[in-house]
Design a protein around this ligand. Structure first.
Ligand code: SF4
Length: 325
């Protein structure tokens, strides 16, 4: 029988490009766009990533690394699936800025993985029909009940309208996948959490999410530079989450504290590096484009505690698997 560590969740950041600039973002690093000329003479835009110190130490190279092409992404996903990645969470950056995102999603699904798409919603309604039957969970963000609170959190002014439009659409056209709304809880929106709950769960105009994930603000990525503004203590985070769970007993509310985030993810960067995470940094552990499968298996066994924590972090997904498949 497979142990908890044999099957695990990966978070594939398909790109670092995003239309938003959230001050607490700890997703993929921003790419540098570059125009190259193809063999047929036509120009092509590519995205490259300046390697982190960790990646330089791992690869012995300071050269910028291009975003994985579709074939490379498939190669890496298949390699990871073969060694136990049974849930593939697709995020970024904003994944829908990739023109081939639908192919990536369908490929992940064809492997038999549970597919979780995390998007900020900006481009969703334009592309949803391309992949709606191939995802198991759709994740959307919402950090305030009003445009003003979302803006104070650093989100774009259009976020609330987009998320509301999507949830209204789901009310009329119930999706066959789960819907998760994620909120970053910080000092800035701590007083607004009840109002977000009312918007999500006492609002007959929209389809309420199946899961409300509440993330404690983290001092990682851009959040490291902005921690003075956003930082919230463990005690305050726990108190607010407890109050929300009591106020909305019908809702499936799943808080994720900083402690639950630490060492609980396997990230695949847009340029194909496998990373884990501590309190403040992402740590590169393998170049997935070149690593030998046996070495990858050994590495993963050294990080079996990460697999177990990653699975625990997504245990709310397990509750639904029987229903979904
Ligand atoms: S929408 Fe998400 S990926 Fe884009 S900047 Fe904000 S937190 Fe980062």
């Amino acid at each position: 029988m497979a142990s908890d560590a044999d099957e695990f969740v990966i978070d594939y950041w398909v790109t670092g490009a995003c239309d938003m600039e959230c001050p607490f973002c700890y997703g993929a690093r921003r790419p540098v766009s570059k125009t190259i000329r193809r063999k047929d003479g036509k120009k092509k835009e590519i995205r490259e990533y300046v390697p982190s110190e960790e990646t330089i130490a791992l690869t012995n190279s300071t050269a910028a690394r291009p975003e994985m092409r579709l074939e490379q992404a498939k190669y890496v996903l298949e390699k990871l699936h073969r060694v136990g990645a049974r849930t593939i969470s697709i995020g970024g950056g904003e994944p829908l800025v990739r023109t081939d995102i639908s192919e990536i999603i369908h490929f992940a699904r064809s492997l038999g993985a549970l597919v979780y798409l995390s998007t900020n919603g900006t481009y969703l309604m334009r592309r949803y029909s391309d992949f709606e039957t191939a995802i198991d969970v759709l994740g959307l963000p919402l950090d305030g009940p009003t445009v003003e609170v979302n803006a104070r959190m650093g989100r774009r002014s259009y976020l609330l309208a987009n998320v509301e439009e999507i949830l209204r659409y789901f009310k009329c056209h119930p999706p066959i996948h789960l819907v998760r709304v994620g909120t970053v809880l910080s000092k800035v929106n701590a007083q607004d959490m009840m109002a977000i709950g009312n918007f999500l769960f006492r609002n007959s105009a929209i389809r309420a999410p199946d899961v409300w994930r509440i993330y404690q603000f983290e001092r990682i990525g851009r959040g490291r530079s902005n921690q003075e503004l956003y930082k919230i203590s463990d005690a305050e985070f726990n108190d607010i989450c407890r109050s929300l769970i009591a106020a909305f007993p019908q809702a499936n509310i799943r808080p994720r504290s900083n402690a639950a985030h630490k060492d609980a993810y396997f990230f695949v960067t847009p340029d194909g590096v496998l990373q884990i995470v501590d309190e403040t940094h992402h740590i590169s552990i393998a170049d997935l484009l070149t690593v030998d499968q046996n070495h990858l298996v050994n590495l993963l066994s050294l990080h079996s505690h990460t697999s177990i924590k990653a699975n625990l972090n997504r245990d709310w997904l397990d509750d639904h698997i029987r229903y979904l498949r």
